[in-house]
Design a protein around this ligand. Structure first.
Ligand code: UD1
Length: 371
């Protein structure tokens, strides 16, 4: 039997882990490839990283670059330098990057310059807002990667418009739904809401971490006031991202939230406990990308505190609504007064994306299973 092809799966930050897990497990079943996880270390807290590896049944990463926090240039540069050393030592046959974080673009740059093929999972998404660091990461990654796996037709259209050749684009669907389906039975028995003495459908769930929402005093303070008012109608569970926590402390906003009776502040939750809350919540208020997709799939009303989204299907087909601090309270009230939310699930968000990715990988690497 010929030597196994080495595939690096690059994982860096919380939303990446749910994207590499189904692919890792699917590739592990193949006899001609050896999938190896490379953790850049961009997220390093136990509850931002290790707990996800455990829930998603992922092994300890083969390589850990340990780059940690820093400015954009520091993070991107550190990953490039550390990863280049590794791939010079032992050259993989394919590098898979996911999502849009700083490590995604960094690993892509390091690899393509050494002539190593790169595939981008979740390619083609565009918010058309270049003030978002993620938008820059997406544009650069997609313009130099060799294979582009898209989740929805808008992804294909964006890439074609930017001049990417059709042969590089493969519509594979939404890999996040694979993780959700893979762990559905564990999520369904979890009942995290009981830890807060709450009942299904009788609470709301909050996640906020975008720099545009949490890095400036005025904006964050306004959002806190809104959450306090909403909590008087619906108790709110708020797992607080480290970036947001630091800023709540820095701007002296934390105390006010802490003393609000119906706001439950908790550390970031692991995947299964968090998804148990998503399954049972009445509404979600968020600025996350992945949560917009999970709520669309589950038919849960989602209010996204952003002026744009790189995931337009969640608005046109799903339950997502873009809001700002001026209209969000009204919209929540309408939903609480029992407005019906119409929705459909976008095509290929079916839990089978990893299978489709594996079949394109076999073509890319020109291998065919021996089992
Ligand atoms: C990053 C991604 C963003 C993604 C988000 C999910 C980029 C540009 N941004 O943003 O796209 O939606 O992850 O969480 O790549 N920190 C900790 N512990 C950790 C990780 C971070 O305390 O495990 C602190 C850092 O010290 C830093 C802050 O949180 O002050 C932000 O971390 P960083 O990785 O820079 O960006 P995120 O806001 O997490």
């Amino acid at each position: 039997m010929s030597k196994k092809k080495i595939i690096h799966l690059i994982a860096a930050a919380r939303p990446n882990f749910m994207k590499i897990a189904p692919l890792y497990h699917a590739l592990k079943k193949e006899d001609r490839v050896d999938p190896l996880i490379v953790h850049t270390g961009q997220h390093y807290d136990v509850n931002m990283s290790d707990s996800f590896f455990k829930d998603l049944n992922l092994p300890v990463p083969t390589l850990h670059l340990g780059i940690g926090s820093g400015s954009h240039a520091e993070q991107t540069g550190s990953v490039m330098i550390a990863y280049e050393k590794e791939i010079i030592k032992e050259r993989p046959d394919l590098v898979v990057v996911v999502g849009d974080v700083n490590s995604t673009v960094a690993a892509t740059l390091a690899s393509v310059k050494l002539g190593i093929p790169v595939a981008h999972l979740e390619a083609g998404l565009r918010s058309f807002d270049r003030k978002m660091p993620e938008e820059i990461n997406r544009i650069v990654t997609d313009s130099i990667a060799d294979f582009l796996w898209t989740p929805s037709p808008d992804g294909d259209e964006n890439l074609l418009r930017e001049g990417v050749s059709k042969e590089k684009i493969f519509r594979v669907g939404n890999i996040m739904i694979d993780s959700l389906e893979m762990l559905r039975s564990k999520i369904e028995i979890q009942e995290t809401f009981k830890e807060f003495d709450l009942q299904p459908d009788e609470f709301g769930l909050i996640t906020l971490h975008r720099p545009s929402n949490v890095d400036k005093l005025e904006k964050l303070s306004k959002l806190c006031q809104i959450l306090i008012r909403v909590s008087k109608k619906l108790p709110l569970i708020f797992p607080v991202h480290p970036r947001t926590w630091k800023n709540l402390v820095k701007f002296d906003l934390l105390k006010n939230l802490e003393k609000t009776e119906d706001i439950y502040l908790v550390e970031p939750l692991n995947y299964i406990r968090f998804m148990s809350l998503v399954f049972n919540t009445k509404i979600v208020i968020t600025d996350s990308g992945g949560v917009q997709e999970e709520t669309t799939y589950l038919g849960i009303p989602c209010f996204t505190l952003r002026s744009n989204t790189e995931r337009p299907a969640t608005v046109t087909q799903g339950t997502n609504e873009l809001c700002d601090s001026e209209n969000i309270e009204n919209r929540i009230e309408q939903i609480l007064r029992c407005e019906d939310v119409q929705h459909s699930i976008p095509e290929l968000w079916d839990g089978k994306t990893s299978e489709r990715v594996v079949s394109t990988i076999k073509n890319i690497l020109a291998i065919h299973s021996e089992n």
